[in-house]
Design a protein around this ligand. Structure first.
Ligand code: FAD
Ligand code: PHB
Length: 394
């Protein structure tokens, strides 16, 4: 069996970037179809980011999907940084003229976006196998894929590849026009989600000689913790007891003493990587989100960067459909990359500041300590950190 479908913008990937783009285009009267490889249940169950910049919150609100985030999200006005047991508060709001971040899980953002797309009759074809873009250098690109035994062709005017790091979109851009910039870190983050009250009301980033640790949360009953682990560590080497014990050893004493432990309800290891593919477009194919770039999660920029790409890309597509403006489409890559590289820099900087690098010499460690001491003693340096943490302007 085979079927041909038609839309204006074919979106590969039903993660946050693809869903948000589809929602914004719909509100502007532009038709799109999302083609997603996984089942919807699988996409909804992925535990990932948890810190939203105001720019993303504003986009959700403008797209009519910000209500639950506003009601249930937790505004955070500061973060805690610890170095060998000493805690210091970075006053995000005080240093940025009142800005804040919102703790609200990516899982919830995804749920809200699916609900909105469903309510508005959005087409999301999940469990689509072998999605392949064709003719992206022409005005009549299309996708093919197979779904539940049927072969599909989706004709479109533009392809938005929002299909994450392992997606097909980036690989469709010919190697001769693409440049890859990459840095792989020699460790990963082991993350645990547990139904326990968070150890602290603010997020704690801890540098310890045994390795980095992070205490985060989703709500007053749900905690998210991470520890730095060697990149080749198998997950089954980390039963819950070992995880909690290691986390406690890396936390400041006052936090370790009050940490409530419990069974993990999710546990996974994520490798750390910095990655950018340039440019973000070729012909009529546009990359957005993790499809084009990865940041290490220190600084919580991944999801937020996907949102700022969608902001620029949706503006460009709306400009094209309203006024035939090609310039914004041509300029999308450069505009998005300008912000991407700043977030790459910040995420790399925070990763360098807070982790133990196995290759570091004693000199490197002293420099790291000096940088931390300078940060906690310098309101100017703290202001620069806070400005980045709450999110640079779009
Ligand atoms: P994704 O969320 O990856 O969505 C892409 C979608 O495309 C997926 O649904 C995928 O199934 C689909 N897809 C892939 N290939 C195809 C294909 N060939 N055909 C059709 N569909 C396809 N960020 C933080 O800030 N904090 C964190 O703690 C954090 N933890 C993370 C943990 C992991 C394991 C990962 C992978 C990422 C994490 N991130 C974190 C980053 C953050 O979650 C991402 O930046 C964010 O999900 C990017 O959204 P996206 O829509 O661009 O990509
Ligand atoms: C999270 O809550 O998952 C989280 C918080 C802050 C980060 C990364 C992840 O920097």
């Amino acid at each position: 069996m085979s079927e041909t479908l038609k839309t204006q913008v074919a979106i590969i990937g039903g993660g946050p970037a693809g869903l948000l783009l589809s929602q914004i285009l719909h509100l502007a009267g532009i038709d799109s179809v999302i083609v997603e490889r996984q089942s919807r249940d699988y996409v909804m169950a992925r535990i990932r980011a948890g810190v939203l910049e105001q720019g993303l919150v504003d986009m959700l609100t403008a797209a009519g999907v910000g209500e639950r985030a506003a009601a249930e999200g937790l505004p955070h006005h500061g973060v805690q940084l610890a170095f060998e047991g000493e805690m210091h508060r970075i006053d995000l709001s005080g240093l940025t003229g009142g800005k804040q971040v919102l703790v609200y899980g990516q899982t919830e953002v995804t749920r809200d976006l699916y609900a909105a797309r469903d309510a508005m009759g959005g087409v999301i074809l999940d469990e689509a196998a072998d999605v392949t873009p064709y003719d992206i250098e022409t005005d009549t690109p299309y996708l093919t894929f197979t779904r539940h035994g049927t072969d599909y062709r989706l004709d479109c005017q533009f392809v938005a590849a929002c299909d994450g790091y392992h997606g097909v979109g980036r690989r469709t851009i010919p190697e001769r026009v693409q440049r890859i910039f990459e840095k792989v870190y020699p460790f990963g983050w082991l993350g645990v989600l547990s139904r326990t009250p968070p150890v602290h009301e603010e997020i704690i980033y801890a540098n310890h000689s045994r390795g980095f640790a992070l205490c985060s949360l989703r709500n007053p009953q749900l905690s998210r913790y991470y520890i730095q682990v060697p990149v080749d560590t198998p997950l089954d080497a980390w039963p819950d007891d070992r995880f909690w014990e290691e986390l406690k050893r890396r936390l400041p004493a006052e936090a370790a003493a009050t940490l409530v432990t419990g069974p993990s309800i999710e546990k996974s290891i994520a490798p750390l990587r910095s990655f950018v593919a340039e440019p973000l477009s070729h012909g009529r194919l546009f990359l957005a989100g993790d499809a084009a770039h990865i940041v290490p999660p220190t600084g919580a920029k991944g999801l937020n960067l996907a949102a700022s790409d969608v902001n620029y890309l949706s503006e460009a597509l709306i400009g094209y459909y309203r006024n035939g403006d090609e310039a914004a489409l041509t300029g999308y890559s450069e505009r998005a990359l300008n912000r991407i590289w700043k977030a790459e820099r910040f995420s790399w900087w925070m990763t360098k500041l807070m982790h133990q690098f196995p290759e570091d010499s004693e000199f490197d460690r002293r420099i790291q300590r000096a940088e931390f001491d300078f940060l906690i003693g310098s309101p100017a340096y703290q202001a620069a950190m806070a400005e980045n943490y709450v999110g640079l302007p779009y």
